[in-house]
Design a protein around this ligand. Structure first.
Ligand code: UT7
Length: 342
């Protein structure tokens, strides 16, 4: 890993803002999810813009102008067809290179990480720009209080490059899994080939994201903990070796339960859900950017990434933290932060 960057849309929406048109409250949202506010896109801003902005930041952090491949992990592609990544590559002035999307909902960044590592290992690319980008609010039913309060928009990106397995920044084992028998727990029912967009869906709400939150919760804790444990085992690390747990920000209670089961104390857990909500595929690279800029991730730190999402999908990976000269973002309170590490 050679660079990190992030970009959040400027508009901030608080829990009280949502409670003005939804039957909910700041108290319920904070206590059940840990979320206080989120950043949402304005109409006209979609995933390619978020992804490009984050990509620019990560390239700046890595100190390089180009890469050989762009991977965009997203739940909210610009269009059903084609993928968003080629558009992002072109916006970055990199038309001609390999570019494709990864679709694994909130686990997308980890599926993308494994894909990027594979491209490097097979010689497809020397350097890969991996972006997790979500304009999640574009698929949320504004009248559905069970999902509208949870998700936020944003993008985070990393640059990966070929390197030695023992140098800081090396990505360790990646563990991935899925269970399609539970695909109905998190879905947008209509608009795909299963319920075609030609003609009307059975119900207008079928074009929106739907989630059976309580069922997802249980699977999220169990599967993420298992995947994280398997990644630790393959890396030959114990829980006490982990300097930073960076879990997908599904829900603060889910993250706390996973950390507790793994035996990783709160002070070693990365968290941003209070400020940005659940940003799906963007949550892990947003956390990496923020923690690096704040000096909570320093050269040589042993990092455990873990995520869970629709599919169902889940995954975990280890890495050691690299020495980064600059961490670039527009995140409030962070700006472009040169970090003195090492
Ligand atoms: O990102 C990866 C995939 N996503 C996740 O992993 C999310 C997993 N699930 C969750 O985070 C939680 O299940 C939720 C945050 C979605 C819901 O929290 P919960 O503690 O599981 O609540 P619940 O679904 O059991 O609902 C409790 C009550 C219900 O009312 P009754 O039936 O007890 O009267 C809901 O109707 O809370 C009600 N409720 C709300 N009340 C106020 C649900 N949403 C809201 C709301 N405001 N926004």
């Amino acid at each position: 890993m050679a660079g990190v960057g992030a970009w959040l849309p400027p508009r901030v929406v608080t829990n009280d803002d949502l409670a003005r048109h939804l039957d909910t409250s700041d108290e319920w949202i904070r206590s059940r999810t840990g979320i206080a506010r989120r950043h949402l896109v304005d109409p006209g801003t979609a995933t390619a813009i978020l992804a490009t902005e984050a990509g620019v930041m990560a390239l700046k952090s890595a100190g390089c102008g180009d890469v050989d491949s762009v991977i965009v992990a997203t739940t909210t592609p610009e269009r059903l067809c084609p993928a968003t990544a080629p558009q992002v590559a072109a916006r970055l002035g990199l038309a001609g290179i390999a570019a494709h999307d990864v679709s694994a909902v909130c686990t997308g960044f980890l599926y993308g990480l494994a894909t990027a590592a594979g491209q490097i290992a097979t010689g497809v690319a020397e350097r890969v720009l991996l972006i997790g980008a979500e304009a999640f609010s574009t698929i949320i039913n504004p009248a559905d209080r069970e999902t509208a309060v949870i998700f936020g928009d944003g993008a985070g990106a990393v640059v990966l490059r070929a390197g030695a397995a023992d140098e800081p920044g090396a990505v360790g084992p990646c563990v991935l899994g899925s269970d399609g028998d539970l695909s109905d727990l998190i879905m947008v029912p209509a608009g795909g080939s299963g319920q075609r967009a030609s003609g009307l869906a059975a119900h207008p709400d079928d074009y929106y994201f739907q989630m059976r939150g309580r069922d997802v919760y249980r699977h999220a804790v169990e599967r993420t903990t298992e995947a994280a444990g398997a990644a630790l085992e393959r890396a030959g690390w114990r829980a006490e070796d982990v300097d930073r747990l960076v879990p997908h920000q599904a829900n603060a209670r889910i993250c706390a339960a996973i950390a507790e089961r793994l035996g990783i104390p709160p002070e070693r857990q990365a968290s941003n859900i209070e400020r940005v909500g659940n940003t799906a595929a963007a949550s892990i690279p947003l956390l990496l950017t923020e923690d690096s800029a704040r000096g909570r991730l320093v050269r040589g730190d042993r990092v455990l990434l873990a995520a869970f999402g629709g599919g169902l999908t889940w995954g975990a990976a280890t890495l050691t933290w690299p020495e980064l000269g600059t961490v670039a973002s527009n995140m409030p309170g962070l700006g472009d932060q040169p970090v003195g590490v090492g």
